[in-house]
Design a protein around this ligand. Sequence first.
Ligand SMILES: NC(=O)c1ccc[n+]([C@@H]2O[C@H](COP(=O)([O-])OP(=O)(O)OC[C@H]3O[C@@H](n4cnc5c(N)ncnc54)[C@H](OP(=O)(O)O)[C@@H]3O)[C@@H](O)[C@H]2O)c1
Length: 280
Amino acid sequence: MTYTNSSTIPRRTWLITGATSGIGRQLTQQALDAGESVAALARDTRPLVGVDDNPRLLAIDTDVRDAASVQAAVEGAVTRFGRIDVVANNAGYGLFGAVEEATDAQARAIFDTNVFGVLNVLRATLPVLRAQGAGHILQGSSVYGQSAHPGVGLLAATKYALEGLSDALAAEVGPLGIKVTLVQPGLTATAFLDNLEFAPTDEDYDDTVRKVLNTISALPPQSFSDAARIAAGIRLAVQSDHPPLRLALGTVSATDMRGALQGRLADLDSWTEAASAVDA
Ligand SMILES: NC(=O)c1ccc[n+]([C@@H]2O[C@H](COP(=O)([O-])OP(=O)(O)OC[C@H]3O[C@@H](n4cnc5c(N)ncnc54)[C@H](OP(=O)(O)O)[C@@H]3O)[C@@H](O)[C@H]2O)c1
């Protein structure tokens, strides 16, 4: 496969998963509005009807859990646009319930989409970006990539997985001209909460997990970030010559992650003797 030289392409080409709804939909719209091209992936891209007569949009029905379908989508994108500048690994969903409550099938299913889906996209797109010697990978993390509270253990486990993977990935592909940014929004007004899966419940967790759920359910609309603003924040990072490895979006997200990081540092500092006691 041949790739178009970036100097002949006036605007970026994006490949966005989860492009039909929420943050991915806003990213798609804003890229098109800016004159950029988008390969828009989702299992069902019919919600993009209406924008799909735009020649700079290629909508492809793709399940990120299916490596062959992801590979075909990436090949379709390169055939149409000649290159891929930005890969937005945005598709994902949430699972709510205590760690013990989540069934084995639920736990494996969320990793299948939120982690193995991302790996499928990386395996299909990285050869393209490496051949170009350029590209930017956006990893759809979350405030739950650095912090967690009762009820979000499995969701956070998938986002923490992306964070560790991306720390290594950034160091591996940076020398090849490829940038990596973990996108960490807080609660955002999208279909995410409507699409939440729920674990079966055990009353022992009513005072923790269900209490949190009730608190989240009672939050006023202004507690949720606007998806268009999240997309605009992501675009700022993509336009930067020096994008961050981690992009916190929303004051609550930044505050929660700062608290979690300070807690980790406090543990490190209070237990330095135990740490050094095992040295040879
Ligand atoms: N909303 C929040 O509060 C929030 C906060 C922090 C982080 N995030 C993260 O932001 C990302 C986007 O979430 P959102 O809030 O925009 O949610 P959303 O409105 O529910 O959109 C999710 C998108 O992912 C797609 N998708 C789900 N499973 C898929 C699969 N197996 N294969 C392909 N596409 C799939 C959906 O389309 P189909 O169903 O048609 O496939 C949809 O387009 C997620 O990774 C989420 O974890 C969200």
